[in-house]
Ligand binder design. Structure first.
Ligand code: ATP
Length: 240
């Protein structure tokens, strides 16, 4: 396999005052892959995503999106360069309709035809959102709001899609649905970084995974290999 690197993180350090949330991590994401960031609460997964998308400024390190250094760039600039984040906690615009939320997701695009194509694409992945396009987001179920958050991120035609805990608080069947759709999104060419506490299920769809522990990469490898590593199963995967 001779795949291009879509995102390359080197020596990334993030500090919040005296707290060092990331202690110099290296992550490489190949174009068209799903890469999982796994780890316990407070390991630094969300900090990693927020630093990539420009919401948190790194203290040290480099983040290359293809040939472009994006570390420390403003969130709006990073979004324009092709990174979209679906945030934890389904931060959709609650008083806006589904359609309005999706339109906001396309704010970096000018081409009306492209926006129309993206609407068609996300409605294909999430037919329930098309059925509910005129409904305000606050009236959607938890699973539907999560779908809307992912769909909204996809509306900008991102090169790299960042998903923060898409399975959080959802029933197992809905989690399965969402994981299947994430796989489909990858199959159509979008590179994906997914942060999850649900390690077992995420390793089934990811190509490669990094295990974060207290701001450092503890282990990394192909999902297939990690899934079958008895020590990892015991330490991180529980009895799923
Ligand atoms: P979770 O799944 O709970 O979001 P996480 O792996 O995503 O966990 P982070 O949210 O990145 O971890 O947090 C990493 C560390 O940084 C934690 O110790 C957390 O308390 C700390 N932290 C995160 N955000 C801030 C902040 N804005 N100010 C101070 N400390 C923070």
């Amino acid at each position: 396999k001779d795949m291009k690197t879509a995102l390359s993180i080197k020596g990334l350090v993030v500090r919040y005052g005296a707290v060092e949330a990331l202690k110099g991590i290296d992550i490489e994401v190949k174009e068209g892959e799903i890469v999982a960031l796994l780890g316990a609460n407070g390991a630094g997964k969300t900090s990693t995503l927020r630093t990539i998308s420009g919401l948190v400024e790194p203290a040290e390190g480099s983040i290359m999106l293809y040939d472009e250094e994006i570390a420390g760039k403003e969130a709006e600039k990073v979004a324009g360069l092709g990174i979209a984040q679906s945030p934890e906690g389904r931060a959709v615009f609650r008083d806006f309709t589904v359609e309005e939320n999706l339109k906001i997701g396309a704010f970096t695009l000018k081409d009306k035809q492209q926006i129309q194509k993206n609407f068609e694409r996300v409605y294909k992945y999430f037919p329930v959102l098309e059925e509910r396009k005129n409904q305000v987001a606050s009236t959607l179920s938890g699973g539907e709001q999560q779908m809307l958050a992912i769909a909204r991120a996809l509306m900008s035609s991102p090169k790299v899609l960042l998903l923060d805990e898409p399975s959080l608080g959802l029933a197992p069947l809905i989690v399965q649905d969402i994981m299947n759709i994430v796989k489909e999104i990858r199959q159509e060419g979008t590179t994906i970084i997914i942060v999850e506490q649900n390690a077992a299920q995420t390793l089934k769809i990811a190509d490669y995974a990094y295990l974060l522990e207290l701001g450092q990469i503890n282990t990394h490898g192909e999902s297939e290999v990690l899934r079958n590593d008895p020590k990892l199963i015991e330490a991180y995967l529980g009895s799923h």
